[in-house]
Design a protein. Structure first.
Length: 244
């Protein structure tokens, strides 16, 4: 799509939405993009919180997710629980089977443990490529990113032009804290992944995620064998969108 807003217009939109409620941000998203917007969810606590609000604002809100084919059993169970709770037809996107078969044949099932480059290659096949296919169908995607998650996320805007995917990226929970998310899930009895009760605040593929230890960063369990704490990204959110 072509950009709907000039840099100056986008800056003004963010100025107004910065103090808006999550519901108001999602209403703006619906009014601006209609059915060409969808939430891309990993079914973590933030995404479950966000979709609960999105569904309240618009019971026909679209929900997309990536199935890497190596997710924890508990995540697959949560897919079903969420569909039952909200009556939503989750739109699943999968990696290209030929690419997965070629990768596994040439490199093995767990080659991603052998260095960051190998892990990023696997993420590229299983997550980044199918994400690109999904987002190519949208004018805007809605995420559960929060600024206090650290890394490059600390500077996200509410609305960003995502040059990598040629659409807009909406971050309605940018100003939320992890504690607020936890409390909201509890108060609204939102279905969530039971692994969160076992020390997994952040979840991805089963072989790439472990429980964290007391005092560790909430993303320390992701790609836990890697040394660089600032590289805990799969590539989905690593490209900084253009801002005003």
């Amino acid at each position: 799509m072509t950009q709907k807003f000039t840099p100056a217009q986008l800056a003004e939109i963010n100025r107004k939405l910065e103090t808006s409620t999550t519901e108001e941000i999602l209403n703006w998203t619906d009014q601006t993009f209609g059915n060409a917007a969808a939430q891309m969810s990993s079914f973590g606590l933030e995404d479950q919180t966000l979709f609960h609000i999105y569904w309240t604002v618009n019971p026909k809100a679209r929900l997309m997710t990536l199935d890497t084919l190596r997710l924890p059993t508990e995540t697959y169970s949560l897919f079903d629980q969420t569909k039952l709770r909200y009556g939503v037809d989750v739109e699943f996107f999968y990696p290209e089977m030929d690419s997965v078969a070629k990768m596994v044949k040439e490199k093995g099932n767990n080659f991603f443990y052998q260095g960051r480059a190998n892990r990023e290659f696997c993420c590229g096949v299983r997550k980044v490529e199918p994400l690109g296919r999904a987002l190519a169908t949208l004018d805007a995607w809605v995420t559960g990113l929060r600024r206090d998650q650290g890394m490059d996320r600390g500077s996200i805007d509410i609305v960003e032009w995502d040059a990598a995917h040629n659409n807009y990226k909406i971050n309605p929970l940018a100003n939320w804290t992890f504690e607020q998310v936890q409390e909201f899930v509890k108060e609204n009895e939102i279905p969530y992944n039971e692994l969160h009760d076992q020390g997994y605040p952040s979840l991805g593929c089963a072989p790439c995620t472990r429980a964290i230890k007391p005092g560790e960063d909430i993303r320390a369990g992701r790609w836990w064998w890697e040394d660089d704490p600032n590289a805990k990204e799969c590539g989905i959110h690593i490209v900084a969108p253009l801002k005003a």
